[in-house]
Design a protein around this ligand. Structure first.
Ligand code: CA
Length: 502
């Protein structure tokens, strides 16, 4: 399969060299693949049936599950900064936040090479529809209609290319996004250009709304709780204790009747959890329904065979694990992203991969799949070879993560860390680094043995039995920071913390 794409590049350039005759015959008839990139918002792997987690019986996502049964599911895909805008900037640029400049929700994002700008230059028809959530107008797209900031679920307004005016559309947001995506694809069916479309759904972001027939689901059902719903954070970080991501602290506006007249935190969490997770799953069902509509549309237009479909979410989400909702932390449920890729006849059906993938890799992979050279300053790596069933020698053994915004949202402390196949090491460095109005906190470490403690309940940092592993992870962490040029040389106060704590 690799040669198939390499030869295609030669044919397009008119060189026609470097391939055998047989390969030339294949490549001469090869057409560049269309790429349909479907991204939802905050859709945790625990809420995707195909991932087979503890909620899989209740997470009704038949259409996404079918994509997995027809394509490849990645068991270990992770975000590098678990919050909406930074993940979206990383997905587009293939770079960490400190390179693309989007650390949180309010940094501008303009004039940067992205998968879209590069594919547009390479002759692709490009479009983005739905949630954009970057502080700039989209660049590199032949057409776009995007929500302003979060947008709304019912009768949403979209900023449209050309007019840059907000236009209200009647209906449910994800249904409208599907129609826009289909319209863009249909408009180009007579064109020789392949398409690259980013279809970005609003679900399943708060305030977790749904529409018929999904809005009445789960009424007589008790959803199973995660085993650590009533986590008390004993022997863990101050960061875990002090965050206000806890279910009993959820916004009143989101669930107006959730508070009980009780001081029992666990009882409150259990009560709120049922309302929260049901609303979340209902919202995700509408989105999954729309994935099904898109797949049907591809079939009806004879596009399924030559369209690579990618399904993902901008990051994970806590569904009551540790008593939390939302994201931001490096903990598993927040850090892990769903990733499923379908390409009929090219990717073996129903396959799964274990390698550590990062959202950093999406842009390089998409360019690679389109036969376009990946810019050398992209920090991610193409995993296209894995899609063809091949092993990639020298693939990464750990993922570097960094959450920047110290105490800005939900009192989550800034931290960075490393996630290997079996362990996770986290350093909460305790400094606001230029953010005003936020006080330093005590620096601290956390470490988890993911094989023996997948729920991350036992902080093993300082445990003598893990001394060698800790030393190795610290070395890897430093190496990755060097490799990705995130060494914090501009912050002498952080250098002092490093000297004291490393
Ligand atoms: Ca998000």
């Amino acid at each position: 399969m690799k040669n198939h794409f390499i030869c295609w590049v030669f044919v397009v350039l008119g060189a026609g060299v470097g391939c055998s005759n047989e390969e030339k015959a294949i490549s001469a008839s090869a057409v560049r693949p269309n790429i349909l990139f479907i991204m939802s918002d905050d859709h945790a792997v625990n809420a995707v049936g195909a991932y087979g987690k503890h909620l899989s019986e209740y997470a009704l996502t038949p259409n996404i599950d079918q994509l997995a049964s027809e394509g490849m599911l990645f068991e270990n895909c992770f975000v590098t900064n678990s919050i909406c805008s930074p993940s979206r900037a990383t997905i587009l640029t293939g770079k960490y936040s400190h390179k693309n400049g989007v650390y949180c929700l309010n940094q501008s994002f303009e004039d940067q090479p992205t998968s879209a700008t590069i594919l547009q230059q390479a002759g692709y028809r490009t479009g983005v529809f739905g949630k954009w959530h970057l502080k700039s107008t989209p660049q590199g797209f032949d057409d776009y209609k995007v929500l302003q900031k979060q947008g709304r679920y019912e009768n949403p307004e979209f900023v449209e290319k050309g007019t840059e005016q907000l236009v209200e559309h009647t209906g449910w947001v994800d249904d409208i996004i599907t129609e826009m995506t289909q319209h863009f694809i249909a408009e180009g069916t007579e064109s020789a250009q392949p398409f690259f479309v980013m279809c970005h759904y609003k679900s399943a972001h708060d305030p977790w709304a749904s529409r018929p027939p999904f809005d009445t689901a789960y009424q007589q059902i008790e959803i199973p709780e995660p085993a650590n719903l009533c986590d008390t954070y004993i022997d863990r970080s101050q960061a875990a204790r002090q965050t206000t991501l806890k279910l009993e602290m959820m916004d009143q506006k989101t669930f107006s009747h959730h508070r009980l007249d009780t001081q029992d935190t666990c009882e409150q969490r259990q009560h709120i959890y049922q309302q929260y997770v049901k609303a979340y799953l209902r919202s995700a069902q509408v989105m999954d329904d729309n994935v099904g509509k898109l797949m049907k549309f591809l079939d009806e237009h004879d596009l399924s065979e030559n369209t690579i479909v990618i399904y993902t979410s901008d990051q994970g989400h806590f569904l009551g694990e540790h008593g939390f909702f939302s994201k931001r932390f490096i903990y598993e449920e927040s850090m892990q992203m769903p990733l499923i890729v379908r390409y009929p006849g090219q990717i073996e059906s129903g396959t799964r991969r274990e390698e550590l993938i990062a959202n950093l890799d999406f842009a390089p992979t998409i360019l690679d799949l389109a036969g376009v050279t990946v810019p050398t300053d992209m920090q991610g790596v193409s995993f296209a070879e894995m899609l063809w069933g091949n092993k990639v020698d020298g693939w990464r053994e750990a993922i570097y993560y960094r959450y920047w915004q110290h105490l800005l949202h939900r009192n989550v402390a800034a931290h960075y860390g490393i996630r290997s196949a079996n362990h996770k090491l986290i350093f909460y460095y305790g400094l606001p680094l230029g953010q005003t109005d936020f006080e330093p906190t005590q620096p601290e470490w956390e470490m988890f043995d993911l094989k023996n403690d997948p729920q991350e309940m036992q902080n093993i940092y300082g445990n003598f039995a893990y001394a060698e592993e800790t030393k190795s992870l610290k070395q890897q962490l430093k190496q990755l920071q060097q490799h990705f040029d995130d060494t914090d040389d501009q912050y002498p106060e952080l250098q002092q913390v490093h000297q004291k704590y490393f």
